[in-house]
Design a protein around this ligand. Structure first.
Ligand code: ATP
Ligand code: MN
Length: 457
């Protein structure tokens, strides 16, 4: 018997026709016992919609089914596709055989009523069976695949940069230290690597080495930050997509960022309308219109200096006062995109003193070739820059941040041996998913979130 994913049965022009027999596997959403027959809603995660199964009382195990099968149980159902008289679906399955694969008792926490996202976080192992987390997971998968497709189609080489590192990319704290030293043992020379080691906060430095061999590359993997920010936009473990291009400048990077975002959002709108509709209806009214608008219209590019003057003119009391030289806070980023522009913005040329050492100094002596992509509702979703390719200036910048140039020898080599202008950005993948779904909390767009005091599952 052909085993079929439920989404293929529900497609408008399904190749599975009425009258044919198929087998589906899935989990029971509801079972209604009507004495002479029972209706079962079965969902296998392949689509938002479930398929209706009709179990007739002449099935050999009918009594067992109505007695034992409850919401959450796993079934394997074989039967004939029949036209559905009900509204909302055009096809259902008249079961000829129902195999109970896994029973589910009444303590199953996902009974029919709607649950808060907070509660669902406490059952992270079961929440993918809900409509909302199911849709988030499919959208995450779609964005993951179209991200690879975007870069592969443009001949970017996919590079797997390391997760364990000895260097702190940003020259700041916030890293998770890893060690094999036992409690009480001291001295990093006795440690596994013979020196302190950490989980990476970004693949960028290693990515630069590959860009300077292949021109266009990207790395896409997990990154870790021990920042103690209990916000709806920060995780301790998140995925970052980092393209890096040689023979490229700041403008090439923000063009790439815009093309990328428009591409993945267009693909999502084309192929995942049903899942997006759920968010459009229940989570973020107007989401689909918003995404369509963003996918079609050019982003606003503005200088940091312009952004500051917009904020200074704003008739709004900010918690963090605005003046040239400050790092933009989330409230500032949101004012610019939500209230001033009402669309995403690319802010460029930030003060060099607030940005990382590897960003290229501009000729004005005050700014560097940095860019952030800001989105309404989220704030920063990407951060990027043209990298400092001039060896002597980079050494000065490393020293100015109180870092040791010796630790960056290999990184500096890239400037001595065929160095070129190069540039790239880092996209927080979960922030993109938040933006695409309208989901409020970043912990609900990653399967098993890691955040301060949150590591069960
Ligand atoms: P923020 O100011 O929002 O903390 P950042 O300036 O520290 O971000 P970058 O170091 O530029 O961020 O990292 C690149 C991207 O990674 C950011 O644009 C953001 O989308 C994402 N990102 C950064 N920190 C986190 C985090 N803790 N959880 C999830 N995504 C993050
Ligand atoms: Mn941060």
């Amino acid at each position: 018997m052909t085993k079929v994913k439920i989404k293929y049965l529900l497609e408008e022009h399904s190749k599975h026709k009425v009258g044919t027999s198929i087998t589906v596997h899935g989990w029971v959403r509801t079972l209604r016992d009507q004495k002479k027959f029972a209706f079962i809603e079965l969902n296998d995660g392949s689509s938002l919609a479930s398929i209706q199964i009709i179990a007739d009382s002449d099935l050999e195990n009918f009594a067992e089914i109505v007695e034992k099968v409850a919401t959450g149980a796993a079934l394997s159902v074989t039967g004939e596709l029949v036209k559905s008289p009900g509204k909302g679906q055009n096809i259902e399955i008249k079961a000829s055989k129902i195999k109970i694969v896994g029973l589910c008792d009444s303590s199953y926490p996902l009974q029919k009523k709607r649950h808060s996202f907070e509660f669902l976080r406490s059952i992270a192992h079961l929440r993918p069976r809900t409509n909302s987390l199911g849709a988030v997971s499919r959208i995450r998968n779609a964005l993951f695949m179209s991200s690879h497709k975007f870069f592969q189609d443009r001949d970017f080489l996919s590079v797997q940069t390391p997760i364990i590192t000895a260097s702190d990319c940003e020259g700041a704290g916030e890293m998770f230290r890893i060690t094999t030293l036992k409690e009480g043992e001291k001295g990093s020379s006795k440690d596994f690597f013979g020196k302190p080691a950490f989980l990476t906060v970004s693949g960028q430095l290693n990515a630069e080495a590959y860009a300077l061999s292949f021109s266009d590359i990207y790395t896409f993997g997990p990154t870790f930050r021990a920042e103690n920010s209990n916000t709806t936009r920060h995780l301790a473990e998140f995925w970052m997509l980092e393209p890096e291009m040689a023979f490229a400048d700041l403008k090439d990077t923000y063009k790439l960022a815009e093309d990328y975002l428009q591409y993945v959002l267009s693909e999502l709108l084309k192929n995942h309308h049903k899942d997006l509709s759920l968010f459009n209806q229940f989570i973020s009214k107007g989401l689909i219109d918003k995404l369509e608008h963003v996918a079609k219209n050019p982003f606003e590019v503005l200088e940091y200096t312009e952004a500051v003057s917009i904020l200074e003119k704003a008739k709004k009391q900010f918690e963090y006062p605005v003046k040239w030289g400050i790092d933009l806070q989330s409230e500032h980023e949101r004012y610019i995109t939500e209230e001033h522009l009402k669309k995403p913005a690319i802010v460029i040329n930030y003060p060099k003193d607030i940005k990382a050492f590897y960003m290229r100094n501009n000729d004005d002596g005050k700014t560097c070739a940095a860019m952030d992509v800001l989105c309404p509702g989220i704030g920063e979703i990407m951060g990027g820059a043209q990298r400092e390719e001039r060896h002597n200036i980079l050494v000065e910048k490393i020293k100015a941040m109180n870092l040791d140039p010796k630790e960056y020898q290999w990184y500096l080599d890239l400037r001595r041996y065929g160095g070129t202008p190069h540039a790239g950005f880092g996209l927080g993948f979960e922030r993109l998913i938040q933006y695409a779904t309208g989901m409020e909390n970043i912990r609900d767009v990653i399967p098993f979130p890691r955040a301060p005091k949150q590591i069960d599952f």
